[in-house]
Design a protein around this ligand. Structure first.
Ligand SMILES: CC(C)=CCC/C(C)=C/CC/C(C)=C/CC/C(C)=C/CC/C(C)=C/CC/C(C)=C/CC/C(C)=C/COP(=O)(O)OP(=O)(O)O
Ligand SMILES: O=P(O)(O)OC[C@@H](O)CO
Ligand SMILES: [Mg+2]
Length: 231
């Protein structure tokens, strides 16, 4: 199932944060292509399940994918699973360790047609995900391109995710990675809160991901303008 190839705009909701009913029901008609449910810290089966149930009730047509960050929180019934593999992690745990442990338990039950592997490049050293994974974040454009090529060509990953969570990234680095990739789908996430930022990153990335700005007061404008910029 490669529906994700057509996604231009994805919303990432954190089950560990308060999300209003109004935001969830606005997503349905917003033009966004899908919701990722996920975050780095404070993710539990209970909070994922609660958010997923509310999304099904308030935005029933919208695809909901779980971005797995903790094997204990894996939920049945979502439309798909995005599995991050942190290419620039400082420890093998987030490159293969956590994945092998999870597969020792879940392998017989996995429907692989609903799984998307994401080759993550964590690029904001201040983000929780950088701390957790001890990522080597100070990569220049060429180094980022080399990691992306390794993910695509050596590891045959179908997608690369440039993760600047919490800050707006370097458009030239995103452009360079986009040039390097031959077939892998490119996700960009980090600091998108306006038409201009969405439009710029959307020139190079196949899909832009909007997260934190949806928890701000002007989330209505953020949603409308970031969708408009890439659609
Ligand atoms: C029902 C059933 C049997 C389903 C099968 C499910 C399935 C596909 C199983 C496969 C098994 C498998 C391989 C599971 C993966 C297990 C796992 C825990 C892998 C590790 C993933 C990983 C590298 C996690 C590290 C953290 C990370 C990269 C999180 C991604 C999301 C992210 C970066 C969010 C941003 O977080 P945020 O909180 O917003 O960050 P800031 O606060 O800093 O902004
Ligand atoms: O929260 P922001 O900074 O929008 O980043 C989106 C997403 O890439 C986070 O995983
Ligand atoms: Mg977040």
């Amino acid at each position: 199932m490669t529906v994700w190839k057509d996604w231009r705009h994805v919303v990432k909701l954190d089950p560990d944060r308060d999300t209003s009913d109004e935001l969830l029901s606005s997503l349905a008609a917003s033009g966004t292509d899908a919701v990722f449910v996920g975050g780095t810290l404070g993710i539990t089966y209970e909070n994922v399940n609660r958010l997923f149930g509310r999304l099904r009730r308030l935005a029933p047509e919208l695809p909901v994918w779980q971005e797995i960050s903790d094997a204990e929180s894996i939920l049945d019934g979502v439309d798909g699973y995005a599995v991050p593999v942190v290419l620039n992690a400082g420890t093998t745990e987030w490159l293969i360790g956590a994945h092998a442990k999870a597969l020792a338990r879940y392998r017989p039950f996995v429907d692989w047609s609903r799984v998307l592997t994401e080759g993550y490049l964590v690029l904001n050293g201040q983000a929780a995900v950088a701390g957790l994974t001890q990522a080597v974040t100070d990569l220049d454009r060429e180094q980022a391109g080399a990691y992306a090529a390794a993910g695509e060509q050596l590891f045959s990953m179908p997608s690369i995710y440039l993760e600047y969570s919490g800050t707006y990234g370097d458009p030239e680095l995103v452009a360079e990675v986009s040039r390097v990739l031959q077939r892998a789908h490119l996700f960009y996430g980090g600091g998108i809160d306006s038409y201009e930022k969405a439009e710029r990153m959307g020139r190079y990335a196949d899909t832009i991901v909007v997260g934190n700005a949806l928890y701000s007061e002007n989330w209505r404008e953020v949603l409308r303008e970031t969708v408009r910029a890439v659609k």
